[in-house]
Design a protein around this ligand. Structure first.
Ligand SMILES: NC(=O)c1ccc[n+]([C@@H]2O[C@H](COP(=O)([O-])OP(=O)(O)OC[C@H]3O[C@@H](n4cnc5c(N)ncnc54)[C@H](O)[C@@H]3O)[C@@H](O)[C@H]2O)c1
Length: 319
């Protein structure tokens, strides 16, 4: 069995490779080439929690589980808010193959999935990228999304002004694109063609009243029931896509709250993004509609990424 560290993950896999792999992974899931049960979300007594996420890649012959802890206030003690490992097994004989740090796997696969959705759903002429949240996921999403659209400007707002300013300085230097901090979330929402929400907010930060026609939203941060980023008006105005219907219906407050309020019905969930990849469901149909991709994060994405890293490390004769 091998152990792959956080820094090695990025040496082995690029964001461009992750985008290609996630497109294939989403299509595989919707064709029955992989299987997954709903993840278990486990609360700790101090308000922190951990997730257990199993998946089986039937055709590729791997199975495994991601075990990830989420400690939202960890930044105050200089530690990441998300930490954990992926355990990878061989499905032909049950042998354990690898333990891989999951911080970079989570960062890569989440942003890569949003890039797949953004490529299918955002306007082709989208130029302004907006972020609500300026942490790990925002950085990775910027790296991924500039690969699928010609982005000229990036806007960012975070509840922490220091976090926004640090993001703007770092990302401008890294990608050579103008990154501007905004005074509030509405400013970002109103001026962006593509908005990505990647915060730890527990009540909505994206207000539907500020949305302009033709916007695409990646709603990524609120992936557990206690969290919510998108208000009911924004959801009701949007053509709504999910990574997996069952995950969305089980844990997404962004969808379940407007559903409970009677503002939307279950049918408001238009399609799974995997079916758009496969051409079974339509993506954007005109320049006016507002599209929203709700990414809850799927175990198949983690196990497919882990399997790719394992195989590439073996191919590079690093094993
Ligand atoms: N859907 C998925 O697949 C998936 C995958 C990984 C992470 N996530 C979620 O994405 C979110 C961001 O993850 P990350 O790794 O970037 O975390 P992070 O801790 O690195 O960054 C979060 C940022 O959000 C800001 N923030 C917190 N509360 C806020 C609020 N109420 N309003 C505005 N900003 C606020 C923080 O200041 C911080 O800069 C988390 O909720 C995480 O659980 C989702």
């Amino acid at each position: 069995m091998i152990v792959v560290s956080k820094s090695e993950v990025r040496e082995i896999m690029t964001m461009s490779e992750a985008i290609v792999l996630m497109k294939e992974t989403l299509a595989d899931l919707n064709q029955g080439k992989s299987e997954m049960s709903l993840r278990a979300t486990n609360q700790l007594r101090d308000g922190n929690f951990y997730l257990l996420m199993p998946a089986y890649l039937v055709e590729k012959k791997y199975f495994g589980v991601k075990l990830i802890s989420i400690f939202p206030t960890n930044h105050s003690v200089g530690m990441p808010s998300h930490q954990g490992v992926v355990l990878l097994f061989d499905a032909s004989n049950g042998k354990e193959l690898a333990v891989i740090d999951c911080v970079e796997i989570t960062a890569l696969r989440t942003a890569a999935v949003s890039a797949v959705a953004t490529d299918l759903l955002s306007r082709k002429d989208a130029k302004v990228l907006g972020f609500l949240g300026a942490g790990v996921q925002a950085r990775n999403h910027m790296e991924a999304l500039i690969r699928v659209r010609e982005i000229e400007k990036v806007l960012v707002w975070d509840i922490s002004i220091e976090a926004s300013e640090k993001f703007a300085k770092e990302m401008k230097a890294k990608h050579g694109i103008d990154v501007v901090t905004c005074k509030n979330a509405d400013e970002v929402v109103n001026m962006s063609d593509i908005i990505t929400t990647v915060t730890l907010a527990k009540s909505p930060i994206l207000n539907g009243k500020s949305l302009k026609p033709g916007t695409h939203i990646n709603a990524i941060g609120a992936s557990a029931r206690a969290y919510r980023e998108i208000d009911s008006l924004a959801v009701s105005k949007s053509k709504f896509y999910a990574d997996k219907v069952e995950s969305c219906m089980s844990e997404s407050s962004d969808f379940l709250e407007p559903l409970a309020e009677g503002i939307i019905s279950k049918e408001h969930l238009f399609a799974e993004i995997g079916d758009v990849v496969l051409g079974k469901k339509l993506g954007r149909e005109n320049d006016e509609e507002i599209t929203l991709f709700k990414g809850m994060g799927l175990a198949v994405e983690d196990i497919a990424t882990a399997a790719y890293i394992f195989e590439k490390k073996r191919k590079l004769s690093l094993l």
